[in-house]
Design a protein around this ligand. Structure first.
Ligand code: ITT
Length: 202
């Protein structure tokens, strides 16, 4: 079976993908397993640019088919922020709790009906020949007034899903995968991976 490099340094994200990608005709390997320590920056203004950059950089380091994603939270009341800056919101090196605190402060005084937001995930799949395919998923929700739940990562404790009456951090990883932006994007990614023939040139 050919290998697919799962190019993320985020352990919680990697766990979601290891369940989401079950049954694909690739052996999933991690950056650590391949001995790859380089950190690829995310200098782009969009999730699409950053996902593409990450996937191409890691495929050229590994010479393997590579899946990378860039994901983020878009809050309507903040004009779509933090978006591609989601990981660096509240400054480089800030913790998830600090980012949540910063976002809640920015939303102080904003009433419930104006707290709509969505998670977006763009997946880039790169082949060693340098071809890239993109797919994306979205998940709509509201920004809660305070955090709730211990599962997931990032902004999950303040991302409230009206349909389920819970925050994303109150869902198990399986439940999150069923509704999440990453789950939606991976459904398309599966189709792409099933059609990929290692070594094929266009
Ligand atoms: P890699 O780049 O190594 O994959 P990362 O954590 O930096 O890991 P991103 O660049 O995609 O991942 O940054 C996305 C940030 O957006 C992430 O740190 C979270 O703060 C937030 N985020 C993305 N997906 C999320 C999710 O499913 N739940 C909660 N927050 C999420």
């Amino acid at each position: 079976m050919p290998k697919l490099l799962l190019a993320t340094k985020n352990a919680a994200k990697a766990r979601e993908y290891s369940l989401l990608l079950q049954g694909i005709p690739f052996e999933i390997v991690t950056l650590a397993e391949q001995g790859i320590e380089q950190v690829v920056g995310e200098p782009g203004a969009t999730l699409e640019e950053n996902a593409t950059l990450k996937a191409l950089a890691y495929t050229s380091l590994s010479n393997l088919f590579t899946l990378a994603d860039d994901s983020g939270l878009e809050v309507d009341a903040l004009g779509g922020e933090p978006g591609a800056l989601s990981a660096r919101y509240a400054g480089a090196g800030a913790s998830d709790e600090e980012r949540i605190g910063y976002l809640l402060k920015r939303l102080e005084g904003i009433p419930w009906e104006k707290r709509a937001a969505r998670f977006r995930c763009v997946i880039a799949i790169a082949s060693p020949e340098g071809r890239v395919e993109l797919c994306q998923g979205e998940c709509e929700g509201m920004i809660a007034f305070s955090p709730k739940g211990d599962e997931g990562f990032g902004y999950d404790p303040i991302f409230y899903l009206p349909r389920l009456g819970k925050t994303m951090a109150e869902l198990s990883v399986e439940e999150k995968n069923e509704v999440s932006h990453r789950g939606q994007a991976t459904q398309q990614a599966r189709g792409i991976l099933l059609k990929l023939e290692p070594g094929r040139k266009e």
